[in-house]
Write a protein that binds this ligand. Structure first.
Ligand code: TRP
Length: 337
């Protein structure tokens, strides 16, 4: 246990995950969980989510739904630490400490903060949005994480976590491990169905851009039928050809959902139109989602079970977080009474 590498990731419980989250992340987490090679921490970042105003009732439901869906997708509260961020108050305490080692200037330069707040009027922004990456640094550093899977949008935040860790270590001696970005190999690149040069996103305004894990079969089929492709009518994977971005992404989805190679797919649809192909992609995704959705429905109504899993996750996480927090407190000179 001790020498296992620590793998950590968080996701905001602000929307239902989509198939891009599943094929690009969760499916691999499940695989790595089953291999038992890593010590894994997965959490719902509810503290991060309140940087934007949430309706309390909907928020509560959303957290439960996301947690149930994580379980339904195959994450296991026994094998991994699967928890809700706010159930582990050590994150918030370390975030305050690390905030005192983060510089105003470096936080002002965070692209995500600048992009999110550019359109905000006076009074619409808040300190939580500004210090968001400090809390994220605490999430990561408190578990002495070795690897954090990051997409392009989170790379800068991981870089900042490393800088804060380094600054603290320089001041007080080795306390935090410097986390490395984890680039997953062979993961499917899943793009928006309506604008295939953009990544599939939970917050896309166009409802047809993403297929969500809880979409009904007919919705799934309809979304794939409408997917933007090209006018070549050739099901062929061409990595760096932007005109094939839509087809490349659909082929990646089909390959992942039906467990087929690009070659096999090309042969299967040789001389056939995109209509047949899109139907096949839709059918294969719907077939993959059905058992996950059935499991989800069972879990979602079992509040007691969900709470028990959450409690177990929080205990595991807290036990792992505590030593790091105590070490930081000690080095700073806080009294332990
Ligand atoms: N900021 C991440 C996102 O929106 C979520 C997140 C919070 C996270 N804490 C984290 C991701 C720690 C990785 C590690 O996607």
């Amino acid at each position: 246990m001790q020498n296992k590498k620590v793998f950590l990731s968080g996701i905001q419980p602000t929307n239902i995950p989509h198939i891009g989250n599943y094929f690009g992340a969760v499916k691999n987490w499940v695989k790595s969980q089953e291999s038992g090679e890593l010590s894994s921490f997965y959490f719902l970042a509810d503290l991060h989510a309140i940087t934007i105003r949430q309706d309390p009732k909907a928020f509560r439901e959303q957290i439960l739904s996301c947690y149930a869906l994580f379980l339904a997708m195959g994450l296991d509260a026994e094998k991994s630490a699967l928890f809700v961020q706010s159930h582990v108050p050590e994150h918030s305490e370390l975030a305050w400490i690390l905030g005192c080692y983060a510089q105003f200037g470096e936080l002002s330069r965070m692209t995500q903060f600048k992009e999110k707040t550019v359109s905000y009027k006076e009074g619409e922004s808040n300190i939580g949005l500004f210090s968001y990456p400090v809390l994220q640094a605490a999430d990561i550093l408190i578990y002495q994480a070795d690897f954090v899977p990051v997409g392009k949008d989170q790379k800068q935040h991981l870089e900042l976590a490393r800088n804060i860790a380094q600054r603290f270590n320089n001041a007080h001696g080795e306390t935090f491990k410097l986390p490395e970005p984890y680039i997953t190999q062979n993961t499917a690149k899943i793009m928006s169905l309506s604008e295939p040069l953009k990544k599939m996103s939970k917050s896309d305004e166009n409802a047809n851009a993403a297929v969500f894990m809880l979409d009904d079969k007919d919705v799934v089929i309809k979304k794939f039928k409408r997917a933007v492709t090209d006018s070549e009518a050739k099901v062929e994977y061409r990595e760096n050809d932007e005109t094939k971005a839509g087809i490349n992404s659909l082929m990646s989805i089909y390959a992942a959902a039906a467990d087929k190679s690009f070659d096999e797919i090309q042969k299967e649809f040789d001389g056939r139109g995109y209509g047949d192909f899109k139907t096949a992609v839709g059918e294969s995704v719907a077939a993959l989602l059905t058992p996950i959705q059935e499991e989800y429905k069972k879990l979602r109504t079992d509040g007691e079970y969900l709470e028990a899993c959450m409690r177990k996750g929080a205990e595991k996480a807290s036990a792992a977080a505590r030593p790091t927090l105590n070490a930081a407190r000690e080095k700073i000179g806080f009294l332990q009474v």
